[in-house]
Design a protein around this ligand. Structure first.
Ligand SMILES: [Zn+2]
Length: 203
């Protein structure tokens, strides 16, 4: 474009008009390209969020069947939070984070799917007990209780507890005021899971 402009300028006013026309067209083309790129990217994220929704709802339905739940809460997307929680009887989850877990957390798809089942089971555990996330009043007891509910669901589904423990252990290794450290939770899940299968396990 830069090389063409002086030449077109030499042609006089018509050349200038052609030159302006070419510049306008070049800007329009690059805008189209930008728009196409943006649309492709938006489509990509939309597809991933649909996949995440499918995985979360699929897990919820499996849990509903095995736990005999009459209904399920609404599941609402909260992109960018890298978390899942229950607030006012609604389960919020980050679909992009769910997809990351599904694709990358363990080395195989079965384990990754189980990771998501475990996480959804934990949130449904909160929902069943009527917990609602409030940093001021949230307690370790509520976390252990939701984990125990999830561990029993995993045992009933025949999913190895290790598949849930492997994510709980590393998600929040140090814990805090509202959540026990990951390794404590993983050990508690192991004990509840084995007991659900009828083993006598010392806590
Ligand atoms: Zn929780």
């Amino acid at each position: 474009m830069a090389a063409a402009s002086p030449l077109l300028g030499a042609l006089g006013p018509i050349g200038v008009l052609i030159g302006i026309g070419l510049v306008v067209k070049a800007i329009a083309d690059s805008n189209d390209e930008e728009r196409e790129k943006r649309t492709a990217l938006e489509q990509y994220w939309l597809r991933r969020r649909e996949q995440a929704r499918g995985a979360v709802l699929g897990a919820a339905r499996r849990i509903q069947n095995v736990a005999g739940l009459q209904s399920l809460p609404p599941f609402v997307e909260a992109p960018g939070t890298r978390n899942a929680w229950v607030l006012g009887e609604v389960v919020y989850y980050d679909p992009d984070w769910i997809m990351e877990l599904l694709e990358d957390h363990c080395n195989d798809r079965t384990c990754n799917t189980s990771v998501v089942v475990g996480l959804v089971a934990h949130e449904l555990g909160h929902w069943v007990y009527g917990d609602t996330y409030d940093f001021a009043t949230h307690s370790w007891r509520k976390e252990y209780r939701a984990d125990a509910w999830a561990a029993k669901v995993l045992a009933a589904l025949g999913i190895p507890a290790s598949h849930f423990r492997c994510v709980i252990e590393v998600l929040d290794p140090n814990g805090g005021r509202s959540h026990p450290p990951g390794p404590y939770r993983a050990e508690h899940i192991r004990v509840v899971y084995l007991r659900a299968l009828g083993y006598r396990v010392a806590a």
